[in-house]
Design a protein around this ligand. Structure first.
Ligand code: F6P
Length: 323
């Protein structure tokens, strides 16, 4: 293998740049030519591909976002789209790919390998931490810290005005972001998709808190919670507790930006190197991850179909800590 390419795909996450840097530098270290593909699979289809040098990735380890841009491609899932992508890669002589993204990205790479035999190794780039095959995904630690920074500020105003704040955090269908936000942000209640928390339970918890002279509350709502969005949940609780002074904050995409933490830079660098070395070992359709401090490669199909179970004790922690 002489020429490989790297791209970022799906929702961006802090640390993607650090991972791109590690891929580029380790490819050069191993004597490979390395190309960058802009805008994920869309750029592959359009041939938006350029040669990268060590200097191309100078001064990016600390930057949020992705210098390669990212996209969720509507064309790559089609046969025609993949055919065009293959033709473009052929033009550049690219024999292997490194994809930094999530399960949607890996699904596309699997099909592409079956059809055209171009191997991809993946790095888990998503703030959601919902990928099987790694204890942490690149960007998760930063996203949680960004959210906690905001929650601390919300706590100040909640306390001053004796209000209940419903704070919605990202995470798609998982509560991985919500749990450390709730524990680290001192929240009284957490609502996540993995554990059912009814509106009645929220109402009860607030009433119990008031009876113990608590005057302000933070309720962390994971965006995938089955009771609805933070706005909907706040409205239902407000109906049951007309005396409550409630506010809603949706942290949204703020959680996706900013400089990556040291932990994310380290993880991204480790996995970027592991992606290049995985390709050189002849691996295909596998994601590099760290589990129990060990580097592991997990088949894409497992990262897509297996669920990374959230420790059920985490929700219990909030019950104990908010007593
Ligand atoms: O997967 C990362 C993520 O930020 C999720 O937490 C969220 O549900 C989704 O992406 C938002 O996607 P978009 O940026 O397309 O609105």
């Amino acid at each position: 293998m002489k020429k490989i390419a790297v791209f970022t795909s799906g929702g961006d996450s802090p640390g993607m740049n650090a991972c791109v840097r590690a891929v580029v530098r380790s490819a050069i270290y191993h004597g490979l030519e390395i190309y960058g593909i802009r805008r994920g699979y869309n750029g592959m289809i359009k041939g938006d591909i350029f040669k990268m040098e060590s200097s191309t990735v100078s001064n990016i380890i600390q930057r949020g976002g992705t210098i390669l841009k990212s996209a969720r491609s509507k064309d790559f899932p089609t046969k025609e789209g993949r055919q065009q992508a293959y033709e473009q890669l052929q033009k550049f002589g690219i024999e292997g790919l490194i994809a930094i993204g999530g399960d949607g990205t890996f699904t596309g790479a699997n099909t592409f390998y079956e059809e055209y035999g171009i191997p991809t190794i993946g790095a888990p780039g998503t703030i959601d931490n919902d990928l099987y095959g790694t204890d942490y995904t690149i960007g998760y630690d930063t996203a949680v810290n960004t959210a906690i920074y905001a929650i601390d500020k919300i706590r100040d105003t909640a306390d001053s005005h004796e209000r209940v704040f419903f704070v919605e955090v990202m995470g798609r269908d998982s509560g991985y972001i919500a749990i450390p936000c709730a524990v680290g942000g001192g929240a009284e209640i957490v609502m996540i998709p993995e554990t059912k928390t009814t509106i009645e339970k929220v109402v009860d918890a607030l009433q119990t808190g008031w009876s113990r002279s608590k005057t302000s509350f933070i309720v962390i709502v994971a965006e995938g919670d089955e009771e609805g969005t933070a706005v909907e949940i706040a409205a239902k609780v407000q109906k049951a507790l007309p005396q409550m002074d409630a506010r809603v904050t949706i942290l949204g995409h703020v959680q996706r930006g900013g400089a990556p933490t040291a932990a994310d830079r380290m993880l991204a660098s480790q996995l970027g190197i592991a992606c290049v070395e995985g390709l050189l070992q002849g691996r295909a359709c596998e994601m590099a991850g760290i589990m129990n401090s060990e580097l592991v490669y997990t088949p894409f199909i497992d990262t897509i179909t297996k669920t990374k179970a959230l420790n059920p004790n985490f929700s219990r922690m909030i019950d104990i800590l908010s007593v």
